[in-house]
Structures are given as C-alpha cells and as structure tokens.
Design a protein around this ligand. Structure first.
Ligand SMILES: [Fe+2]
Length: 160
C-alpha cells in the first residue's frame, strides 16, 4: 500500500533550516517516525507471518523512540504554540499515540519471538490505526509549527 503522505523532509523542504534547533529536531524526529510508520505498514501488509526481525525492530522503536519524541514535541509546543486548545489537541493526540504504541509493542512480542498472532485482522487494524494516526498527527504538528513561526504568512497553504 502506498503512503498517502509525503515524508517529513519533503513536506517541509527548506523550512527546517530556518527553525530554532529544538523545532528542527521535531522535523528530524518525524523522519524517524515516517520510517517507523513504513516498517509497521510492512508488518501489517505481511500478516499473518511478518518477519520476526522486523517486529523486534518495531518494538525497539516503539518503546525507545516514540516516548522520547512525544515528550520533546510537547515541550516544544508548550513554548511555541500559544493557542491552548490547539496545544491540548496536539498533546491529547500524543497521549493516544503513546497508549497505542505500548499496546502494539505488547501485541508484536509473540511475533518477534517467532510465534504467531491469534487474530491477524485485529493486529492489522491496530497497526493501521497507529501509523495512519501518527502520519496525520505529524502533518498537523508541522502545519501548526509553520503557522506559529510565520505569523505574517496568513492561513497556512494559502498563497499571499
Ligand atoms: Fe511529532
């Protein structure tokens, strides 16, 4: 299945250079999140028998990278985004992503150990909910950041 979203680097071409370092880190992290989403999509597409190594790698990234990225994002948004409702929305989405990443990690463990899943359809659904949700979150976060850093540009995506 093709990725309906572009990579973070493509979405933000040229913009990262003008960002403060902590904001630029959000975009670099999104490249890693894109890679994780692609890995999870591969696993979903290969159910019921995905590669054990791919599942091990996915668990590692879900457990080590996702929580760190979410905390960093939330710190950046707290400083950068003045709109409380938007900030709460972004943080709420992060909490959902984090909860699902923990469930996914547990669900992938038997496959990483060379076993099988009892319900490949349910696991496929979980995987797709996670990576589609993450891709949507990243897109919204990047638009919010760009809007916050370019207040005179007017509505995001509308030419002046
Ligand atoms: Fe993010």
């Amino acid at each position: 299945m093709s990725n309906p979203y572009q990579t973070a680097a493509n979405r933000t071409a040229g913009f990262v250079i003008a960002c403060p370092p902590d904001v630029a880190q959000v975009f670099r992290d999104h490249d890693q999140m894109d890679a994780l989403c692609a890995l999870l999509e591969e696993i979903a597409d290969s159910l019921p028998r995905p590669q054990a190594d791919a599942c091990t790698e996915a668990i590692e990234r879900l457990e080590r990278f996702v929580p760190v990225h979410v905390r960093h994002d939330d710190d950046v948004f707290a400083r950068l985004i003045g709109d409380v409702h938007l900030r709460e929305r972004l943080t709420g989405q992060h909490n959902e992503d984090l909860g699902l990443s923990q469930e996914l990690s547990l669900a992938l463990e038997p496959l990483a150990a060379g076993g099988t899943t009892d319900d490949p359809d349910a696991l496929g659904y979980m995987l797709r909910c996670f990576f589609n949700g993450c891709r949507r979150s990243m897109l919204v976060e990047e638009l919010a950041i760009q809007a916050a850093l370019t207040p005179r540009a007017g509505p995001v995506g509308v030419p002046n």
